[in-house]
Write a protein that binds this ligand. Structure first.
Ligand SMILES: NC(=O)C1=CN([C@@H]2O[C@H](COP(=O)(O)OP(=O)(O)OC[C@H]3O[C@@H](n4cnc5c(N)ncnc54)[C@H](O)[C@@H]3O)[C@@H](O)[C@H]2O)[C@H](O)CC1
Ligand SMILES: [K+]
Length: 217
């Protein structure tokens, strides 16, 4: 699985097109959602290593912010993978964690067999001292502006940590061409899947690093 600045894939798909592509791949039996999610989690870590070769070279402390959908599911995969590499991992969940989408629930449950999940109000303290903060709150399923409770945490992300967004920086619409960056996760790197969405072109133009992880679609 390759990750690179363009991932060798210069296509640009909207969120709806991406969701249709994923649905078609799963319906055809070519791949399962849980396999896609695992590849997504692996792809994020590979992209981090490409962007900052030293960051994952030795274990550190990571805080993973997990949302209520499959973007959060990717976050639970990343938590498990990082812990498996010796990292001290803290996971913070936004919303209930007993009615996630199936693939996210599976990965949540796999994580809770080996680690804690903190409630959202503890996000700021959970991020203190982290070397790496992963934003797995919202991806292409964001449909409305962040609530104040979520936006507040975006402002509290420690700027000395490496800051990585899964798929799309939470708070920014995947199809947005204009960046309303007021309340969004302060990502240094966004790792998207299969190909860029319209927002990634604007993010790259604004100076953010954007990587594409191939998830075999
Ligand atoms: N489909 C797959 O198998 C894969 C998906 N990938 C990852 O999944 C996300 C897309 O997941 P989805 O569940 O569709 O959406 P999100 O997780 O982005 O969030 C949706 C969730 O959040 C609610 N919501 C939307 N806006 C808000 C808001 N402002 N405040 C509160 N809640 C909000 C919405 O109702 C949903 O419940 C994609 O980005 C990938 O990261 C895998 O990577 C590949 C396989
Ligand atoms: K995200």
């Amino acid at each position: 699985m390759k990750t690179s600045a363009t991932g060798g894939n210069d296509e640009i798909l909207t969120a709806a097109q991406m969701q249709a592509l994923e649905k078609q791949a799963m319906a055809s039996g070519m791949v399962t959602g849980i396999a896609l999610m695992e590849r997504a989690g692996e792809g994020v870590l590979q992209a981090i290593s490409r962007q900052w070769p030293d960051v994952l070279a030795a274990p550190g402390r990571a805080c993973i912010l997990c949302g209520p959908g499959n973007n959060g599911g990717d976050g639970y995969v990343i938590a498990r993978l990082l812990q498996g590499q010796g990292w001290a991992v803290t996971v913070v969940a936004l919303g209930a964690t007993d009615r996630l989408p199936p693939d996210a629930q599976t990965n949540h449950d796999r994580w809770t067999a080996r680690g804690e999940v903190m409630p959202w109000p503890e996000a700021a303290s959970a991020m203190e001292g982290a070397d790496l903060v992963i934003d797995a709150v919202f991806g292409i399923g964001l449909t409305r502006p962040l609530s104040p409770a979520v936006a507040r945490v975006m402002d509290q992300v420690p700027r000395k940590a490496r800051r990585v967004s899964v798929d799309v920086p939470s708070g920014i619409l995947a199809d947005g061409q204009t960046l309303t960056r007021d309340a969004a996760f302060p990502a240094e790197l966004a790792v998207t899947f299969h190909c860029r969405k319209p927002v990634h072109v604007a993010l790259a133009d604004s100076g953010m690093a954007v990587a594409i992880a191939d998830i075999g679609l």
